[in-house]
Ligand binder design. Structure first.
Ligand code: NAD
Length: 359
């Protein structure tokens, strides 16, 4: 199969970790007889340096024409970088917001997996972490409170702010379908998180999720209030397979789920459209403190590339192979600086090579 991938290496450790993901994708292509064509796009600080804007109008159509986008990370040190002296509309993050909006990415996927060998990094009780966990949070990304009307006004001498929380049936239905489709590729359980005891949007959310569930008889569905979900994530994370939720709840719960794995350099993410197109990036940032030293962990980006194989290219076998190779390299005791616990410390490029060897 031939696929066109737009590549945004970005700033900081972005180019280093993306190069390793491409190394792994090339090895996959060779092993399984595919062809991946890459087109580079500048975005973030590097684009500001070259063109004065974080994303040019010429760059966007390249991303739109591709089958998927692989992104490293963008941004620099907010205290020292000249990029943060610019107008907010011209700063690195403006490029990311623009591309997300223009590409219509409404579903955000953040897997949280605890590697048994990295259980020491998990901040939870040993009796909880030893059970392990493997979940994915499917978050609605373009609706809800963050996109509703908002205002701050003075009423009767007092300042009053309001944010509007809106969800339509169709917005809920398309993200619910995504969640169930993903559950079908996993352990076939969906936990839908809402606040239906209080919010009208949540009551509609629950109704539509139940309707969509009718089309997926193999999938077990449960509903959980968001306050309980926040507790269950630290009490018994092993119970979750797919957590399906709205924008703000997902924002908070996905960061909580990342934290309980204890290792930011291992966490992938994807943002998807209704068709197979998606943008894939590590959950962490550009880590300017360690950039250019060949010590960053490339695994989050390599696992993001595996998600690209699974969700955009429907290459489940290839994605499984990459994920297994990562598990093997961890089991064999190789570690980058962020997860080093008296094991064999390797560089960014060595980690990429070791994963390719195990494919
Ligand atoms: P960060 O995730 O870049 O770094 C936090 C800490 O984690 C640092 O100590 C860093 O060294 C470490 N770290 C992160 N990824 C690592 C990896 N792969 N290997 C080893 N260590 C790793 O978060 P920050 O310092 O808050 O942000 C730095 C910059 O990144 C900022 O400009 C921020 O806006 C940007 N950022 C970009 C994205 C994105 O591109 N999607 C996301 C988050 C933050």
């Amino acid at each position: 199969m031939e696929k066109n991938i737009a590549v945004i290496k970005g700033d900081g450790i972005g180019p280093e970790v993306v190069n390793e993901a491409i190394k792994v994708l090339d090895a996959v292509a060779k092993k399984y007889g595919h062809q991946f064509n890459y087109t580079d796009i500048l975005m973030g600080g590097c684009s500001i340096d070259a063109y004065g804007v974080p994303l040019t109008d010429e760059a966007l159509p390249i991303a739109k024409k591709s089958d998927a986008v692989l992104l490293g990370s963008i941004g620099g040190d907010a205290k020292t970088s000249p990029w943060y002296k610019l107008d907010p509309k011209l700063r690195p993050e403006a490029g990311l917001l623009k591309i997300r909006k223009e590409l219509g990415l409404f579903a955000n996927l953040r897997p949280a997996y605890l590697y048994p060998e990295l259980a020491d990094a998990c901040p939870l009780k040993e009796s909880t972490s030893e059970k392990g966990f493997d979940m994915v949070i499917v978050r609605e990304l373009t609706g809800g409170l963050y996109f509703g009307e908002r205002s701050t006004e003075v009423i009767d001498g007092e300042t009053v702010a309001h944010d509007n929380l809106v969800y339509s049936e169709s917005e809920i239905r398309r993200i619910a379908k995504r969640g169930f489709d993903i559950a079908m590729k996993r352990r076939q359980k969906v936990t839908s998180v809402d606040k239906a005891n209080v919010l009208d949007t949540s009551r509609l959310w629950r109704k539509i999720v139940n309707e969509v569930a009718q089309d997926y008889p193999e999938v077990t569905v449960e509903h959980m209030y968001v306050d309980n979900a926040a507790m269950q994530l630290v009490k018994d994370p092993a119970q979750f397979d797919v957590i399906l939720t709205e924008n703000m709840f997902g924002d908070i719960l996905s960061d909580e789920a990342s934290m309980v794995t204890g290792s930011i350099g291992m966490l992938s993410s994807a943002s998807l459209r209704a068709d197979s197109f998606g943008m894939y990036e590590p959950s962490g940032g550009s880590a300017p403190d360690i950039a250019g030293q060949n010590i960053a962990n490339p695994i989050a980006t390599i696992l993001s590339a595996a998600m690209m194989l699974r969700y955009s290219f429907d290459m489940d076998e290839e994605a499984d192979a990459v994920e297994q190779a990562v598990k093997k390299v961890i089991a064999d005791g190789y570690r980058t600086i962020d997860i080093d616990q008296n094991n064999t410390r390797v560089s960014t490029t060595e980690m990429g090579d070791l994963i390719v060897e195990r494919l």
